[in-house]
Design a protein around this ligand. Structure first.
Ligand code: SAH
Length: 257
């Protein structure tokens, strides 16, 4: 079985992008958890500059927008996601202060010490946690905050099958103390960390995909790459249910010293 499962890196980006455009979230999370993370951020004002990196179609950004009053810029690599993001901002009537722009997280064009808050839910892995928190730090004002969620091991040891899966998907996955240490070394006070509850995966991430997968297969009937991609997605759900005691997403919140 495991030999038939492809690495996520082998799939066509167009397929991944088209598929994820059909669901509200592109990673595990929930409005409640976005708000919980936001509760640790102090001192935001209507003048605050907030950036949501790897924002996707903006599920979490709209929650941020409704609960803060500053300017928010969403950045994502994929134009389709940014188009949907901006439509979302219109629908939520926050488009006067929430704008999506196409860009890459490894080549951001903000000024040094311009930002009050950097947000990144389930996306920093694209550049790597340690590189991201180090490279983005210069954009924050002193005392500014970073809040990111990241795939994390809960234990020192775990079964081989899940170890192999993550070593292929994202070898930088690590334990909470290691990630907190990286944050401290990068020049942040580790303000808070907490584990995302299971419903961020089950209700908010996997459940909407059940219908989306059926529709996607129907739309691309006969396409082998799409069938393989969906099989891979379903395998990820199976692995989560089997090994959720050993890994999950963790929010890391830091304040720039
Ligand atoms: N924050 C959203 C999306 C998470 S999925 C949510 O939680 O629902 C990861 C996102 O990172 C995707 O939208 C993907 O398009 C984006 N991404 C991948 N590589 C990127 C890069 N180099 N720069 C900016 N965004 C990137």
């Amino acid at each position: 079985m495991s030999n038939e499962i492809k690495s996520i890196h082998e799939f066509d980006l167009n397929i991944i992008c088209e598929y994820y455009a059909t669901v509200e979230r592109q990673g595990p999370g929930s409005p409640e958890i976005t708000l919980k993370a936001l509760s640790f951020i102090e001192g935001l004002t209507p003048e605050s500059r907030i950036v949501d990196i790897g924002c996707g179609t903006g599920g979490q950004t709209m929650t941020l927008a409704k609960n803060t009053s500053g300017q928010i810029t969403g950045v994502d690599l994929f134009p389709l996601f940014i188009q949907l993001f901006n439509e979302n901002a219109q629908k939520n009537n926050v488009h006067d202060r929430v704008k999506g722009v196409v860009g890459s997280m490894d080549n951001l064009s903000f000024q040094n010490e311009e930002l009050d808050l950097i947000w990144a839910e389930g996306s920093i892995y694209n550049i790597g946690f340690e590189r991201g928190i180090n490279e983005w730090r210069k954009f924050l004002k002193p005392g500014g905050y970073i809040a990111v969620s990241e795939g994390t091991w809960f234990t020192d040891h775990r079964p081989q099958e899940i170890e192999d899966f993550w070593m292929d998907a994202y070898p930088e996955i690590d334990t909470i103390p290691q990630k907190v240490m990286q944050m401290q070394k990068a020049g942040y006070i580790p303000v808070a960390t907490f584990i995302l509850p299971e419903n961020c995966w089950t209700d908010h991430f996997f459940a909407p995909q059940v219908e989306a997968q059926k529709n996607f297969l129907k739309k691309h009937a006969g396409s082998k790459p799409v069938e393989e991609f969906i099989a891979n997605q379903r395998h990820e759900t199976v692995l989560y249910n089997k090994y959720k005691a050993f890994y999950g997403y963790v929010f890391y919140i830091g304040r720039k010293i």
